[in-house]
Design a protein around this ligand. Structure first.
Ligand code: 5GP
Ligand code: MN
Length: 349
């Protein structure tokens, strides 16, 4: 972490402040864990804090300490806007640009005199904060929050509840240590375990708490909605609006399904494409050196990480699927080692 920035932030935090901690739409384990973990820390320092997300968080992270106090911009619009307008400091956690938080981003951008601190691990951050702690080599924002607190000399303030938030975000963003790992990360989780964080309890809370319908949905996805494009070492799962109704799919219910495609040896690129009320959401995953960040950014107005990215299309499901198939030849050589002659540079509009 940038020591100069840490020193300056430390001095800012030396007197009580009104602080709003924000994270991205459809908050995941890392967004929740980093936000609530940072809140637990800042409150011990005597600051007044609020956590605000653009949209609601999924049930599987609802056990985290402080989750009941979270403000949701979609529902608590005025309260969130007022908090942002009166804040001394706004934290930008687990997202790399204000376009990732929709209308909340416009309000944040309008606070010209408010100090903004970004802590994030996505590729290509936009320069929207006074203090940018950006580390795309970090497994998760939670890992960075741990470093941030330790860097400020406050490791002793990491309680078990705080450690649980951070460990949970690390577990979800690394797929339980399957990707984005480093020796530093294992030192961090070693420290958290030594503090008393119960990792087995967290595994059960996060991954062994599904309702029956989620496993039935998974079975449906794998049996009826999966297509393997052998020519491109690519796997796809496509869900329609009707699937959402038939399986009563709620926020977070499809989390992680895309990863099943990567369990096949031949699959290098995995796509989960779902028809939402107004957009088609695309979740991309890859193995090895193949970067899905480029596909998400170039073709689906999105971004993320090398091996996990996402985006959206506004063209409807049928046209989006056609487009996805059309861009694959561009990546055939990278995916299979076999050259392809067709090139498409189509961008969604
Ligand atoms: P997921 O596929 O789980 O929704 O997201 C995977 C990764 O891609 C996450 O790091 C997430 O932040 C990023 N991502 C997902 N959707 C979008 C999007 O619409 N825009 C951008 N810039 N990033 C996205
Ligand atoms: Mn993250």
């Amino acid at each position: 972490m940038n020591m100069q920035h840490l020193e300056e932030v430390k001095s800012l935090l030396s007197t009580p402040k009104d602080i709003v901690i924000t994270s991205h739409r459809n908050p995941d384990g890392d967004a929740m864990g980093s936000s609530l973990g940072l809140q637990l820390y800042l409150e011990q320092l005597g600051h007044s804090t609020k956590v605000a997300f653009p949209s609601e968080y999924p049930d599987f992270v609802g056990w985290m300490k402080g989750s009941e106090r979270i403000l949701i911009h979609d529902a608590d619009t005025q309260e969130v806007n007022t908090a942002l307008e009166t804040a001394d400091i706004i934290f930008i956690l687990d997202y790399n640009g204000l376009d990732r938080v929709d209308k909340m981003g416009e309000v944040i951008a309008a606070q010209k005199n408010t100090t903004k601190v970004m802590i994030d691990h996505h590729l290509y951050p936009s320069n929207c904060a006074d203090f940018m702690f950006s580390d795309p080599t970090a497994s998760s924002t939670c890992e960075m929050i741990y470093e941030f607190i330790v860097g400020l000399g406050d490791m002793k303030m990491i309680s078990i509840a705080l450690g649980e938030c951070l460990y949970a975000g690390i577990l979800t963003d690394t797929g339980s240590f399957k990707y984005s790992t480093s020796s530093k990360l294992f030192k961090v989780v070693g420290d958290l375990k030594a503090l008393g964080v119960d990792d087995v309890k967290l595994q059960n809370l996060l991954f062994n708490s599904l309702p029956e319908k989620s496993l039935r949905l998974l079975g449906h996805c794998l049996n009826n909605r999966m297509e393997i494009l052998d020519e491109y070492n690519t796997g796809m799962i496509v869900l329609t609006k009707k699937d959402y109704e038939d399986f009563d799919i709620q926020r977070g219910d499809t989390e992680g399904i895309v990863n099943y495609l990567l369990m096949m040896k031949k699959v290098k690129l995995a796509a989960f494409i779902s028809e939402q009320p107004t957009i088609v959401k695309i979740s991309l995953r890859s193995k090895g050196d193949f970067s899905v960040q480029e596909i998400a950014q170039k073709h689906f107005r999105g971004g993320g990480h090398k091996n996990a990215s996402g985006g959206a299309s506004f063209r409807g499901l049928k046209a989006t699927l056609k487009k996805f198939r059309e861009i694959l030849p561009e990546y055939k050589e990278q995916l299979t080692g076999i050259k392809s002659v067709v090139v498409s540079d189509d961008t969604d509009s």
